[in-house]
Each structure stands twice: as structure tokens, then as C-alpha cells.
Write a protein that binds this ligand. Structure first.
Ligand code: AMP
Length: 116
């Protein structure tokens, strides 16, 4: 499995940086965002290092990406979301991606939210 020793999310996967987990399996890790925009804000990431959506292809990653998105409602409900939520993936500089390891934001809970 590819791994970047300088990547903060790879360090979370390896347990070198602590996180508050919401989900884990062989391929994916979910954990609370350290600077939440809303009462519920967690990230779902592949355990392998994929820098961004630019580094995915339908042939290789459709299953992984489909799994990430389709897990979101189950995990959002588990985290107490009852009235809808947002999901998004920031990609590249203009997409305002800050951490170069693919991640799906899942954000919900009662409004108002700090952002978004
Ligand atoms: P993005 O702008 O889409 O790259 O978002 C990166 C997200 O990662 C931001 O919402 C950060 O608050 C979050 N983040 C950065 N470092 C950590 C960390 N150590 N644990 C949890 N979330 C983090």
C-alpha cells in the first residue's frame, strides 16, 4: 500500500498522529476534523496515499470512491446527523485543497455552521 512519510494523513493512518476515529476498515479511515465547521464534521480517507482526485481513474478507483461516498450517510447518522449533511472533496489549489491526501468531508448537524 502506498504511503508518504511526510503526509499528515498517512501519519494518522499509521497511528503516529492521534485522531478521533469514526470508521475503519482495510481500505478506509474516518476521523473527526480537527477544525470542524459544524457540529458533525469528519473526513473519510483511503489508507493508501492518493494525493487528490487528480490521481484517480475510473478504471482503478471507482470502487474505492463509491465506497467512500456510500458510507457517508451511514456514518453521518451514527454521528447524530438527522436532517441532512454536505459531502465534498476539495481538489488542487483552486479547489482549496490544503492536505494533499484524498479526503471526503462529511458535514452536518443543526445550523448555523461556522462555515459553508
Ligand atoms: P482540505 O482543505 O479539503 O484539504 O481540508 C483539510 C482538512 O483537514 C481541514 O478541514 C483540516 O481542519 C483537517 N485537518 C488537518 N489536520 C488534521 C488532523 N491532524 N486531524 C484532523 N483533521 C485535520
Amino acid at each position: 500500500m502506498s504511503h508518504d512519510p511526510d503526509c499528515i494523513f498517512c501519519k494518522i493512518v499509521a497511528g503516529k498522529i492521534p485522531s478521533r476515529k469514526v470508521y475503519e476498515d482495510d481500505e478506509l479511515l474516518g476521523f473527526h476534523d480537527i477544525a470542524p465547521w459544524a457540529p458533525v464534521h469528519f473526513l473519510l480517507i483511503p489508507k493508501q496515499h492518493i494525493a487528490s482526485l487528480y490521481d484517480t481513474t475510473p478504471e482503478q478507483h471507482a470502487g474505492l470512491l463509491g465506497k467512500m461516498l456510500s458510507l457517508a450517510p451511514k456514518l453521518a447518522l451514527e454521528q447524530g446527523v438527522v436532517n441532512g449533511f454536505r459531502t465534498f472533496v476539495n481538489t488542487g489549489e483552486d479547489g482549496r485543497q490544503e492536505v494533499p491526501h484524498l479526503h471526503l468531508h462529511v458535514i452536518g448537524g443543526p445550523r448555523p455552521w461556522a462555515k459553508g
